[in-house]
Structures are given as C-alpha cells and as structure tokens.
Design a protein around this ligand. Structure first.
Ligand code: ADP
Length: 394
C-alpha cells in the first residue's frame, strides 16, 4: 500500500491506498498548539481522539502507531508519497527523495516558507519512523512548468525574476493534470486542449494545450486569480499600499486579510462555504448573492481569457468541491456562452453532481465535462509510478 502524506503548517493528513482504494485516512490538526486532535476514518467509521503532537515528528509517530494498531505493523506500506506545494523552477515531475531533492525543496521554501518547511519536517519524520521505505515527492507546481515565459513573467523589473524567482508558478497542478488526462480519455483524444476549472475552497483555472499547461490563474502564490473561499484572488496591488498607509495595517495583517478574510467569506460576511452561500442567496441574503455573482463573474472572465489564449478548445472541465458538486454554480458560470460554442444540457448538468461525465448537449461544439478529482489518489499513483520506474532503472 502507498501512504500519502500532506503536511500543512499545523496539520498532517494521511491516506493509505491499496491500488485505487482508500483503506485508511486520518487528519492530525492543531500540531504544536494547545489540544492536537486526530480524526481517523476507516471505512464508514470516523473516530476522534486527543493526541500528543508537539511537532510534525510527534504527529508522524502517531501515524506510525495508528498503522501498528490497525495492521499490526508498518510492513503493509510499500512507499510514502508526499504532497509538496512549491517546486519552483526545479521540479517538472514527481521525484524520488534524495539528499539533492530535499535540498531543492529547501531552496524553494523561500517561495512558500510555511508549506515547504512543513513538508520537509514530514519527509524527515517519515525517515525516522519508516526508515527503509522509499519516499516520493509530488509537486503542486510541476504540471505548470510548461507555461511559456510570456505567461509566467510579471511585468516587473526582470532582475526580480532572475534573482528572486518572482514569477507565476501556478498550483493545483496534480488536479489539473489528472482531470485533463481523464478528459482526453473520455473524449478519446490523443491530447487534450481545453480549460480545466478546479473550484473548491481554493480555486484555479488552467489553459491546457495538447496536454500541457500553458497558463493558469494562480501565481507566485495560491492567492492570485479567481475569488476563493477566503482568498481575494486578483486585486490591484495598490490596495495593499492603501491598507498599509491609510489604515496602519502591518504587512502580516494585510497578508492575513487577503488570504483568510476575503473571497466568499469577506464579501458575504457570513461563510466561506459555497453550500451555505448558495443557501443564503436562495433565502434572499443580498451579500451572499453578491458573493456568488463575483465568484461566477471571475470564473467566466478567465474562461473567456483562456479561450482567447488557446484559440480553440475541445472542452471545459469542472472539478473540485464546487465544480463537481454544484450544478447551480456550473449553470451560472456557463450562462449565455452558446455563442462561444458552450451549450450546457440542463438535465445532464443536474444528474452529474459528484459524478463523472459529459454535461453539454449532444450537438455542443465544445464539450463540457465533470471529472471528480482526487489529489491524494493521484499522489499515490504517481508515487507508485516513480517507484516502479526507479526499480527498472536500478
Ligand atoms: P479544498 O479546496 O479544501 O480541497 P473542496 O474541493 O473540498 O475544498 O471544496 C470545498 C467547497 O466545495 C466548499 O465551498 C463547499 O461548500 C463546496 N461544495 C461541496 N459540495 C457542494 C455542493 N453540493 N454544492 C455546492 N458547493 C459544494
């Protein structure tokens, strides 16, 4: 089985896959805080426990103990796959962990300090508790490394790119890659050209040409692009100057405002959760309606932009919690786009909530698809592929 680890700054999520099946999942939260908790899901059962987890090392020890408890040891695990947020310009694909790869992740930490350092703690702790197991790293940024210069450069002094690596990197790469490949299979295309919309708590779109990412909405960090649960997405950078000068906010406060108090939550003043916002909008809450309008408008705007970038597309693909499960969100986004070749079939749209398949009319020039993503499963698959390929090479 493959153990997938996703270390956040104060959390550790783990998933154990036997081939394509999730056998055991867990989340340790509030690591290093007052009362860390472990939520364990095993089949249909969910169990909550208070645990000791002062740091990622101790949290990994809890994972080890859970495996011993459930399987009588850790011998069932063949390899560990780690999700890594930032691979900078160094990593184009999933890689076997070596000292050099670890060094690379550390160098990329300048671009995502909280995330990458947490991932490194996870890799090191896994080495302590799962000594001989091969470890693989799968990067959120890797799939977007094919984006051309004209799309990844910001119009800033060039030396900021050369010396500091300030450019668009893009995220959710594992998901965009998976759903675009799956779309190619479903449409029986050798390579997919189209737009993938990953709409969840964090949201991003990608323009895919012949199976390769050529642009995406997220940038140096996952803050840029469409409006998200709590993230603002695009704003004029002058908003930051204004908040600092006129409101006396510190840079950390502005960062927190843009990342955690904006988006659907900031606009609605009520929730970051699309289900709550949709419900409140139906009940007549004006601010929730406004939040929905802004969210929808941004996604439409980027679909239009990427259509222009690509020239022609096979399909638009929806994924992520909102993209997969909300027929209403898809209907709003695609309304009146028939002129662009996008004809949504309303009956098919409604039957595809969380279900893979085509939701465009039979005659639609451009197909519209729902493809549920599963980033943990993709990490497990890529981990297995890297291990097999390294076995073949050695
Ligand atoms: P994350 O980015 O944290 O992985 P998800 O991809 O799980 O998040 O997406 C979470 C979002 O999906 C939330 O805003 C949630 O309200 C929304 N969502 C999930 N199910 C539905 C649904 N049936 N209708 C509308 N929104 C939904």
């Amino acid at each position: 089985m493959i153990l997938v680890i996703n270390c956040g700054s104060s959390s550790l999520k783990f998933s154990l896959f036997e081939e394509e099946e999730l056998r055991l999942g867990g989340l340790i939260e509030c690591i290093g805080e007052q009362a860390p908790k472990l939520v364990l899901s095993h089949g249909d059962e969910e169990e909550r426990r208070s645990v000791v987890a002062g740091d990622h090392g101790e949290a990994m020890q809890r994972v080890y103990e859970v495996l011993v408890e459930v399987y009588g040891g850790v011998g069932v695990v063949e390899a560990i796959g780690h999700r890594i947020v930032h691979g900078g310009e160094r990593f184009f694909e999933a890689s076997l962990v070596t000292a050099e790869v670890e060094q690379g992740i550390e160098e990329c930490a300048a671009l995502a300090p909280l995330h990458n350092m947490a991932h490194l703690s996870g890799i090191r702790a896994a080495r302590t508790y799962f000594a001989d197991l091969p470890q693989v790293v799968v990067f959120d940024t890797a799939f977007h490394q094919t984006i051309p210069e004209r799309a990844y450069l910001y119009a800033l002094p060039y030396k900021l790119y050369e010396e500091e690596g300030i450019r668009r990197y893009g995220f959710h790469g594992t998901s965009h890659k998976y759903v675009s490949q799956r779309a190619a299979e479903l449409l029986q295309l050798e390579h997919f050209t189209g737009i993938t919309c990953h709409l969840g708590n964090g949201s991003s779109l990608a323009a895919i040409s012949q199976g390769r990412s050529v642009d995406t909405t997220m940038g140096l960090t996952p803050l840029e692009g469409v409006a998200m649960g709590t993230r603002s997405g695009d704003v004029d950078p002058a908003v930051v100057f204004h908040l600092v000068r006129r409101h006396g906010m510190t840079v950390d406060e502005v960062e927190q405002l843009l990342n955690q108090q904006s988006g659907l939550l900031g606009l609605s003043g009520r929730s970051k959760d699309m289900r709550s916002i949709e419900q409140a909008a139906i009940e007549g809450d004006k601010r929730a309606q406004l939040a929905l309008e802004v969210f929808t408008y941004r996604v439409r705007k980027y679909i239009g932009a990427f259509l222009a970038v690509l020239g022609r597309i096979d399909a638009v693909v929806f994924t992520g919690g909102i993209g997969e499960n909300s027929p209403a969100a898809r209907r709003r986004i695609l309304q009146d786009m028939e002129g662009l070749g996008l004809q949504l079939d309303s009956a098919r749209n409604h039957t595809h909530a969380g279900v893979e398949g085509e939701i465009s009319t039979l005659g639609s020039p451009v197909k519209i698809l729902v493809v549920p993503t599963n980033e943990e499963l993709v990490i497990a698959r890529e981990t297995r592929e890297v291990i097999q390929a390294s076995g073949e090479r050695s």
